[in-house]
Design a protein around this ligand. Structure first.
Ligand SMILES: [Fe+2]
Length: 197
Protein backbone atom coordinates (compact mmCIF):
# COMPACT_ATOMS: atom_id res chain seq x y z
CA UNK A 1 0.00 0.00 0.00
CA UNK A 2 1.38 3.38 -1.03
CA UNK A 3 0.07 6.63 0.42
CA UNK A 4 0.00 9.63 -1.90
CA UNK A 5 -0.44 12.91 -0.03
CA UNK A 6 -0.77 16.50 -1.24
CA UNK A 7 -1.40 19.51 0.97
CA UNK A 8 -2.58 22.98 -0.02
CA UNK A 9 -2.74 26.03 2.25
CA UNK A 10 -4.53 29.24 1.32
CA UNK A 11 -5.62 32.47 2.96
CA UNK A 12 -8.83 34.31 2.14
CA UNK A 13 -10.52 37.36 3.73
CA UNK A 14 -13.77 35.71 4.84
CA UNK A 15 -15.14 34.40 8.14
CA UNK A 16 -14.81 30.74 9.12
CA UNK A 17 -18.59 30.36 8.77
CA UNK A 18 -18.38 31.42 5.12
CA UNK A 19 -15.56 28.92 4.56
CA UNK A 20 -17.71 26.10 6.00
CA UNK A 21 -20.80 27.27 4.12
CA UNK A 22 -18.86 26.87 0.89
CA UNK A 23 -17.73 23.35 1.84
CA UNK A 24 -21.23 22.19 2.81
CA UNK A 25 -23.33 24.00 0.19
CA UNK A 26 -23.61 20.96 -2.09
CA UNK A 27 -26.08 22.73 -4.37
CA UNK A 28 -23.45 24.99 -5.96
CA UNK A 29 -21.17 22.15 -7.07
CA UNK A 30 -23.15 21.24 -10.19
CA UNK A 31 -23.34 24.88 -11.29
CA UNK A 32 -20.10 26.56 -10.22
CA UNK A 33 -17.97 23.42 -10.72
CA UNK A 34 -20.05 22.23 -13.68
CA UNK A 35 -16.93 21.48 -15.76
CA UNK A 36 -15.74 18.93 -13.19
CA UNK A 37 -18.87 17.88 -11.24
CA UNK A 38 -21.25 16.26 -13.71
CA UNK A 39 -23.88 14.80 -11.40
CA UNK A 40 -24.72 14.57 -7.71
CA UNK A 41 -27.29 12.68 -5.68
CA UNK A 42 -27.62 13.55 -2.04
CA UNK A 43 -28.48 10.40 -0.10
CA UNK A 44 -28.45 11.68 3.45
CA UNK A 45 -27.41 14.70 5.49
CA UNK A 46 -27.61 15.94 9.06
CA UNK A 47 -25.75 18.50 11.19
CA UNK A 48 -22.38 16.76 10.78
CA UNK A 49 -22.73 14.23 7.96
CA UNK A 50 -23.47 14.17 4.26
CA UNK A 51 -23.46 11.08 2.03
CA UNK A 52 -23.71 11.47 -1.74
CA UNK A 53 -23.09 9.77 -5.07
CA UNK A 54 -21.11 12.15 -7.27
CA UNK A 55 -19.88 11.93 -10.86
CA UNK A 56 -16.77 13.93 -11.74
CA UNK A 57 -14.71 14.51 -14.84
CA UNK A 58 -11.15 13.36 -14.18
CA UNK A 59 -8.60 16.22 -14.37
CA UNK A 60 -6.17 16.06 -17.36
CA UNK A 61 -7.85 12.85 -18.67
CA UNK A 62 -11.09 14.75 -19.27
CA UNK A 63 -12.51 11.92 -21.41
CA UNK A 64 -12.71 9.83 -18.21
CA UNK A 65 -15.56 10.22 -15.74
CA UNK A 66 -15.82 8.64 -12.33
CA UNK A 67 -18.84 7.99 -10.15
CA UNK A 68 -17.92 7.89 -6.49
CA UNK A 69 -19.40 7.63 -3.04
CA UNK A 70 -18.63 10.71 -0.95
CA UNK A 71 -19.00 10.70 2.82
CA UNK A 72 -18.49 14.12 4.44
CA UNK A 73 -17.98 14.31 8.19
CA UNK A 74 -17.74 17.47 10.28
CA UNK A 75 -15.25 16.20 12.84
CA UNK A 76 -15.00 19.27 15.08
CA UNK A 77 -15.49 23.02 14.86
CA UNK A 78 -12.42 23.45 12.65
CA UNK A 79 -12.12 20.12 10.82
CA UNK A 80 -14.02 18.06 8.25
CA UNK A 81 -13.18 14.90 6.33
CA UNK A 82 -14.36 13.64 2.97
CA UNK A 83 -14.04 9.89 2.48
CA UNK A 84 -14.24 8.92 -1.16
CA UNK A 85 -14.15 5.66 -3.10
CA UNK A 86 -13.56 6.75 -6.66
CA UNK A 87 -11.84 5.99 -9.98
CA UNK A 88 -10.26 2.49 -10.20
CA UNK A 89 -11.61 1.78 -6.71
CA UNK A 90 -9.01 4.08 -5.14
CA UNK A 91 -10.00 5.17 -1.64
CA UNK A 92 -9.09 8.68 -0.50
CA UNK A 93 -9.51 10.91 2.51
CA UNK A 94 -9.58 14.70 2.21
CA UNK A 95 -9.02 16.61 5.42
CA UNK A 96 -10.02 20.26 5.50
CA UNK A 97 -9.27 22.59 8.39
CA UNK A 98 -10.33 26.22 8.62
CA UNK A 99 -9.04 28.64 11.25
CA UNK A 100 -10.11 32.27 11.54
CA UNK A 101 -7.48 34.74 12.72
CA UNK A 102 -7.80 37.73 12.59
CA UNK A 103 -11.63 38.07 12.34
CA UNK A 104 -12.99 37.70 8.81
CA UNK A 105 -9.75 36.13 7.61
CA UNK A 106 -9.18 32.38 7.35
CA UNK A 107 -6.36 29.94 6.76
CA UNK A 108 -7.71 27.01 4.76
CA UNK A 109 -5.77 23.71 4.72
CA UNK A 110 -6.66 20.85 2.39
CA UNK A 111 -4.80 17.54 2.68
CA UNK A 112 -5.57 14.75 0.22
CA UNK A 113 -4.49 11.20 1.02
CA UNK A 114 -4.92 8.49 -1.64
CA UNK A 115 -4.47 4.82 -0.77
CA UNK A 116 -2.81 3.14 -3.74
CA UNK A 117 -2.73 -0.67 -3.73
CA UNK A 118 -1.14 -3.07 -6.26
CA UNK A 119 -0.83 -1.69 -9.82
CA UNK A 120 -2.48 1.56 -8.71
CA UNK A 121 0.83 2.57 -7.12
CA UNK A 122 2.06 3.23 -10.68
CA UNK A 123 -0.51 6.01 -10.95
CA UNK A 124 1.15 8.13 -8.24
CA UNK A 125 3.30 10.29 -10.59
CA UNK A 126 0.25 11.03 -12.76
CA UNK A 127 -2.10 11.67 -9.87
CA UNK A 128 0.06 14.19 -8.07
CA UNK A 129 -0.30 16.96 -10.73
CA UNK A 130 -3.95 15.97 -11.26
CA UNK A 131 -4.68 16.65 -7.59
CA UNK A 132 -2.98 20.06 -7.77
CA UNK A 133 -4.91 20.97 -10.91
CA UNK A 134 -8.22 19.85 -9.41
CA UNK A 135 -7.59 21.77 -6.20
CA UNK A 136 -6.56 24.98 -7.99
CA UNK A 137 -9.58 24.92 -10.31
CA UNK A 138 -12.08 24.27 -7.52
CA UNK A 139 -10.48 26.94 -5.31
CA UNK A 140 -10.62 29.58 -8.07
CA UNK A 141 -14.22 28.71 -8.93
CA UNK A 142 -15.28 28.95 -5.26
CA UNK A 143 -13.42 32.16 -4.48
CA UNK A 144 -15.98 34.68 -5.86
CA UNK A 145 -18.80 32.86 -4.01
CA UNK A 146 -17.01 33.14 -0.69
CA UNK A 147 -16.06 36.81 -1.17
CA UNK A 148 -19.57 37.76 -2.31
CA UNK A 149 -21.30 35.92 0.55
CA UNK A 150 -18.94 37.48 3.11
CA UNK A 151 -19.67 40.95 1.74
CA UNK A 152 -23.42 40.45 1.70
CA UNK A 153 -23.55 38.95 5.22
CA UNK A 154 -21.67 41.99 6.51
CA UNK A 155 -24.39 44.06 4.82
CA UNK A 156 -27.02 42.17 6.84
CA UNK A 157 -28.11 39.67 4.18
CA UNK A 158 -30.10 36.67 5.48
CA UNK A 159 -30.84 33.53 3.50
CA UNK A 160 -34.41 33.43 2.13
CA UNK A 161 -35.01 36.95 3.57
CA UNK A 162 -32.57 39.19 1.72
CA UNK A 163 -31.04 42.52 2.66
CA UNK A 164 -32.52 44.92 5.26
CA UNK A 165 -35.06 47.30 3.73
CA UNK A 166 -33.31 50.50 4.82
CA UNK A 167 -29.82 51.30 3.58
CA UNK A 168 -28.89 52.51 7.07
CA UNK A 169 -29.60 49.01 8.45
CA UNK A 170 -27.38 47.22 5.96
CA UNK A 171 -24.54 46.55 8.34
CA UNK A 172 -23.82 43.48 10.49
CA UNK A 173 -20.84 43.58 12.86
CA UNK A 174 -21.81 40.52 14.96
CA UNK A 175 -20.79 36.91 14.59
CA UNK A 176 -21.48 35.04 11.35
CA UNK A 177 -22.73 31.47 11.77
CA UNK A 178 -22.98 28.42 9.54
CA UNK A 179 -25.61 25.90 10.64
CA UNK A 180 -25.62 22.46 9.07
CA UNK A 181 -27.30 21.13 7.09
CA UNK A 182 -27.48 24.18 4.80
CA UNK A 183 -31.10 25.13 4.05
CA UNK A 184 -32.19 24.94 0.43
CA UNK A 185 -35.38 25.03 -1.59
CA UNK A 186 -37.28 21.71 -1.77
CA UNK A 187 -37.07 21.62 -5.56
CA UNK A 188 -33.30 22.06 -5.61
CA UNK A 189 -31.75 19.75 -8.26
CA UNK A 190 -29.48 18.23 -5.62
CA UNK A 191 -32.56 17.05 -3.70
CA UNK A 192 -34.08 15.06 -6.57
CA UNK A 193 -31.92 12.02 -5.96
CA UNK A 194 -32.41 11.75 -2.21
CA UNK A 195 -32.74 8.04 -1.50
CA UNK A 196 -32.40 7.82 2.28
CA UNK A 197 -34.50 9.49 4.96
FE1 LIG B 1 -17.26 24.66 -4.32
Amino acid sequence: MKLLQREFVRQVPVSEAVGWWNQWDHEHTLVVHGESWLDGHLLYEDERTCIAFVTIRVPIFSFLTSTATNVNLKYDAHTMYTINLGLFGIPSITKITIHEDPPDHITHHTTYTFFLRGWRRLLAPLMSPMIARWNERVWQEDLPLKLRRQKMLRHGFRDFVGLPEKLADRRHDGPIECRLPIKRLPDSPIETGRLLG
